[in-house]
Design a protein around this ligand. Structure first.
Ligand SMILES: NC(=O)c1ccc[n+]([C@@H]2O[C@H](COP(=O)([O-])OP(=O)(O)OC[C@H]3O[C@@H](n4cnc5c(N)ncnc54)[C@H](OP(=O)(O)O)[C@@H]3O)[C@@H](O)[C@H]2O)c1
Length: 384
């Protein structure tokens, strides 16, 4: 049996590490051919020793260190900012897992689909920023996209074998994040580490903050709109604090199919890697008798205005989602650095979004320019 050859972009992050854990369980089935990281060259070094990829890329300051420490191995070491697109389209790769954070994933994502790879994105920013462009290019180059983001994986699984024309709506579930039961009046009194304590998922910092504002859920609405080619009006966000149902789809006959599982990203990662097969994961299942009940609530759009803003951006499209993502990333960084309060995140993003003139049917250049413009505007609002 030939092994599936895998590239992981962002192998040192939460999703990247979990992807390598899945791969480690199936050494006869998977081979790692490429890994990329940004600053964490020490972890990348360990991964090179463990998985022996032929290509790696890291930020410039880590390259010398790796050259000295992985000497003797046949691993080509390159600069992540210059060479990531090349690694995303390696001829020796079958599948590219996009586990890196931020809109920096857009170009390598595009490069992977243009090379006709099977692409497994956990990254949501690329689809938010340029979903239309990516999906069109994927279609043109017959590149299959199997999402890893747990809600998108759930929807993908629920739609498997179904007639998509009979889809009535998607119910995108949300655990509600760290602030679901915290009164709004206390938001700015909470320390950064309290916001970073997600009740259900252990993730990178930005996505954890975005889960607290519900901006993350808004980004997922935009992601789902592109991945499943549906209208924003047909996607409903449902707060489901137990986070057992990862999303549902309803068909025109009124039947609803839900995908459930424990909150462990190795599940959707493994599904993408083994698709269309399902292999033993070794993960524990759900004990329904301990769980007892599943609950659902409507999202409170006044308490969490970022969700409403993202849905507005999904409806309006063009360059607005790119602006929203860039302004949000800048504002979240400022919050994590102690430069703005928690509620300042929304205020910054809203101001930048209001100031933006939307470019309809944007080119790649347009979305990238909108991204840069939004970052500068956001920095202006934060630091002046
Ligand atoms: N974590 C989850 O459970 C989860 C669930 C669903 C979706 N997602 C999505 O998956 C993506 C990754 O999330 P995460 O939680 O794994 O993030 P994370 O833990 O912060 O990891 C980010 C990864 O991206 C790399 N990276 C950061 N900036 C980069 C750049 N400019 N160029 C190249 N590589 C860069 C980092 O490298 P260094 O560490 O070496 O600096 C690291 O490997 C995000 O888009 C997130 O929204 C995550």
């Amino acid at each position: 049996m030939t092994r599936k050859r895998i590239v992981i972009l962002g192998s040192t992050g939460s999703i990247g590490i979990n992807t390598l854990k899945v791969i480690e369980r199936f050494p006869q089935q998977f081979q790692v051919v490429g890994l990329t990281a940004c600053n964490n060259y020490r972890l990348l070094e360990q991964q090179i020793h463990r998985f022996a990829p032929s290509h790696v890329a890291v930020a410039k300051q880590g390259m010398d260190y790796l050259r000295r420490h992985v000497n003797g191995r046949k691993t080509k070491i390159s600069d992540v900012s210059a060479d990531i697109e090349e690694i995303a389209s390696l001829t020796s790769a079958d599948m590219v897992v996009i586990a890196m954070q931020g809109s920096a994933a857009l170009k390598p994502f595009l490069s992977a689909v243009r090379a006709g790879k099977t692409v497994a994105p956990a990254n949501k920013e690329a689809l938010v920023v340029a979903g239309n462009i990516l999906m069109k290019e994927a279609e043109r180059h017959k590149a299959r996209i199997i999402p890893i983001d747990s809600e998108q994986s759930a929807i993908f699984q629920c739609l498997e074998g179904q007639d998509r024309r009979r889809l009535k709506r998607i119910c995108l579930t949300a655990s509600g994040g760290a602030l679901l039961n915290v009164p709004e009046s206390r938001f700015d009194q909470l320390a950064v580490h309290e916001i970073l304590r997600h009740p259900r998922w252990k993730m990178g910092k930005r996505i954890t903050v975005d889960s607290a504002t519900l901006m993350n859920k808004g980004f997922e609405v935009i992601e789902a709109q592109h991945l499943f080619r549906c209208r924003v009006e047909d996607i409903e966000v449902v707060i489901h604090p137990e986070a057992i149902i990862h999303s549902m789809v309803e068909f025109q006959d009124g039947s609803i199919i839900a995908q459930m599982g424990i909150t462990d990203m190795r599940l959707p990662i493994q599904y993408a890697l083994t698709y269309p097969e399902r292999w033993k994961s070794g993960l524990k299942g759900i004990d329904f008798f301990k769980l007892k009940r599943l609950s659902f609530e409507k999202p409170d759009l006044e308490k969490f205005p970022s969700l409403a803003l993202a849905i507005y951006a999904a409806r309006n499209g063009g360059t607005l989602p790119s602006v929203l993502n860039a302004a949000d990333e800048t504002a979240v960084d400022a919050f994590l650095g102690g430069n703005i309060p928690f509620t300042g995140i929304y205020k910054v993003v809203e101001k930048v979004a209001r100031k933006h003139t939307i470019v309809r049917s944007p080119s790649l250049k347009d979305v990238l320019e909108a991204d840069q413009w939004a970052r500068e505007e956001a920095r202006g609002f934060i630091y002046h």
